[in-house]
Design a protein around this ligand. Structure first.
Ligand SMILES: [Zn+2]
Ligand SMILES: [Zn+2]
Length: 270
């Protein structure tokens, strides 16, 4: 295998290996038109995937639940008592191959995978722009900040990075948006996937707070900040997204009259 790749290098100097699997790309970038992202940088990243890897991405092209963007009928949004985010969109369905891709990134921290996952997230962001009637080039005048869902300190130490924050930073760079760190996580919760939906919802209450530093608070209180893009990797029931949105909206003196609108942009909908 390695030898083959090596020989390939000699005979096809112009070819590039797939960003994910390392197979040599057979088609030229101009032939790979199925890339559903318009902005140049994330588009270029996605073009470095081979046809097979590209075809395995379960893009959510037609959201059925208009609240969370799920590709099928959604009980989570119907059951939620109060929704504090305007809407949320995820780029892909969280199927077995996406689980494998995320695991690879989370536990090995490949830089290439970080770029790839961020470029996929761009699809959800561009969909959000489209639905708001904003062109991707004007996104930075419509959305005032990109904020990521913070990880608990213990988790951050364990892993060394917060993937949501990395994706937020790539998105901000590509679309010219401001990346602000406005939220902090108050305490560590047990692994979410092991819990029932009811205990998850109760758990999220009080889990997040506005960042305490005065500079951050000034940003939050400024009336310039109204439309916030909130980034996370996976939307499971929406309780994390909802709680973060609630906390962000509380930055205004009166919660009931808060003019802060939170738009969730996530990599995957489970
Ligand atoms: Zn590939
Ligand atoms: Zn939903």
């Amino acid at each position: 295998m390695l030898g083959w790749v090596h020989i390939g290098k000699w005979f096809r100097p112009a070819a590039e290996p797939c960003l994910l699997c390392g197979q040599w790309l057979r088609s030229s970038p101009s032939e790979r038109r199925s890339v559903p992202v318009r902005m140049e940088q994330p588009r270029r990243v996605l073009m470095q995937l081979c046809d097979a890897c590209m075809a395995s991405i379960p893009w959510i092209r037609r959201p059925i639940c208009l609240t969370c963007g799920r590709a099928e009928a959604c009980g989570d949004c119907a059951r939620r008592r109060e929704t504090h985010f305007v809407r949320s969109r995820s780029a892909v369905r969280y199927d077995a191959s996406m689980k494998a891709w995320l695991a690879l990134y989370k536990y090995r921290g490949h830089e290439r995978l970080e770029l790839l996952l961020s470029a996929m997230l761009a699809f959800a962001f561009e969909r959000m722009c489209l639905e708001r009637g904003v062109s991707v080039r004007q996104a930075s005048s419509y959305f005032h900040a990109v904020v990521s869902v913070p990880l608990a300190d213990e988790r951050l130490e364990e892993r060394g990075f917060n993937q949501a924050d990395r994706m937020a930073s790539a998105l901000a760079r590509w679309y010219g948006l401001k990346h602000e760190h406005l939220l902090s996580r108050l305490h560590h919760t047990e692994k979410q996937s092991l819990k029932s939906r009811r205990s998850r919802m109760l758990d999220m209450q009080g889990n997040f707070a506005l960042s305490a530093s005065s500079g951050r608070l000034a940003v939050l209180r400024s009336s310039e900040l109204r439309r916030i893009v909130l980034i996370d990797d996976i939307f499971t029931t929406g309780s994390t997204m909802n709680e973060c949105a609630r906390v962000l909206r509380m930055a205004r003196p009166s919660f009931a009259e808060s003019d802060i609108q939170v738009y969730g942009v996530l990599w995957a909908r489970s």
